[in-house]
Design a protein around this ligand. Structure first.
Ligand SMILES: O=C([O-])C1=[NH+]CCC1
Length: 346
């Protein structure tokens, strides 16, 4: 066997959402910050993402996280999130996968019963609290970056859908949040393809009609995801509970409750005075997996925007240890896609 590339990857999923973790074979990209490193990868090193996420080594369901040395003070490691078409600044399910892999593979020493970490991401520093026992992470609580509302009840004209109302908020990426009833779709597995098609149409229209930029980082801009929601109700355990599903381009649903999407939704609920700091909120996915969430604090951005600091707790499971190699004669060194599983050509 003669490979020109040999990349070590730990397979993992958090509450059903795949979050593979690159643990070897890739040097850190240049850059003084994780955001600069992410930008370098995006602009000059995207072959890594294509090699691992496109077929035949990946698929439209794959997310990959590159572990890099920390850049911010007091952090123990950093990670850069690579998705089927994007490099989001932060990701809840991926943060739970990365923390679980770092601790269960011993890259960072596990402390039982609780390990506290600070991890560096392109969207900022996040705090992680992992409940550990017998060498395993039983749960991971991530305290996310400040999340805030951009617009409530914005109008959006969507070809093939009509005029709808949506909220726009940031939770580590920008989300257009739509009540699923407005498009006549229930959040069921059977509706997955229709939710994706409708969500992608809404995303394109919302990006054009509602351009957004992060007040503290002009490099973080544009709506990345559409989140469909069901109304908040009281769950069986007495906590407020809301189901959602997030559409991830080019064409899949987040199988987890989506930590950044839930963070954006909590910012909207807080702005509408429908949830208080410290109150438990259960976010459920289309698979009915759960993140247990809270608003940990209320803060203000540099421009005076009111923000919340949300946390989400869930669990990840390691599914395999992989070496992805490139045979110099492989005809697909940067992979390929077909619209049968990728929904649209890339
Ligand atoms: O949990 C999260 O924030 C996400 N999961 C996949 C895309 C973003």
């Amino acid at each position: 066997m003669k490979w020109s590339r040999d990349i070590s990857v730990v397979g993992c999923h958090a509450e059903g959402e795949v979050g593979r973790v690159i643990t070897g074979g890739v040097l850190p990209p240049p850059g003084e910050t994780l955001f600069e490193q992410k930008t370098h990868l995006q602009n000059q090193g995207d072959d890594l993402r294509r090699f691992l996420i496109k077929e035949p080594r990946g698929g439209a369901f794959v997310h990959c996280n590159l572990v890099v040395p920390p850049r911010s003070p007091e952090t123990q490691a950093g990670f850069i999130i690579m998705e089927p078409t994007d490099y989001p600044p932060m990701s809840g399910s991926n943060s739970i996968c990365v923390a679980t892999v770092l601790l269960e593979t011993g890259m960072i020493a596990m402390q039982e019963p609780v390990t506290h970490l600070k991890l560096d991401t392109p969207g900022g520093v996040i705090a992680v609290e992992a409940e550990c026992a017998d060498g395993k992470c039983r749960s991971v609580r991530t305290t996310n970056v400040p999340s805030f509302v951009v617009k409530l009840d914005a109008s959006c004209k969507v070809p093939g859908v009509g005029e709808i109302t949506l909220d726009i908020a940031y939770g580590g990426a920008f989300f257009a949040i739509v009540d699923a009833r407005a498009v006549g779709l229930d959040l069921t597995r059977e509706n997955a393809r229709r939710l994706v098609e409708t969500g992608e149409a809404i995303k394109e229209a919302a990006r054009q009609q509602h351009p957004v930029v992060h007040p503290e980082n002009p490099g973080i801009r544009d709506i990345t995801f559409v989140q469909f929601t069901e109304p908040v109700r009281e769950g069986a355990d007495g906590y407020k509970e809301g189901r959602n599903t997030v559409v991830i381009s080019p064409g899949k649903l987040d199988r987890s409750p989506c930590g950044t999407g839930t963070s954006a939704r909590l910012a909207v609920l807080s702005a509408r005075d429908e949830i208080k700091p410290g109150e438990t909120y259960v976010s459920r996915s289309i698979l009915d997996t759960r993140f247990i969430c809270r608003i940990e604090a209320v803060s203000t951005l540099d421009d005076g925007t009111v923000a919340i600091v949300p946390s989400l707790k869930g669990r990840a499971w390691i599914t395999g240890l992989h070496h992805y190699g490139l045979d110099p004669e492989d005809p697909f060194p940067e992979g390929y896609t077909l619209t049968d599983t990728w929904y649209r050509a890339l």
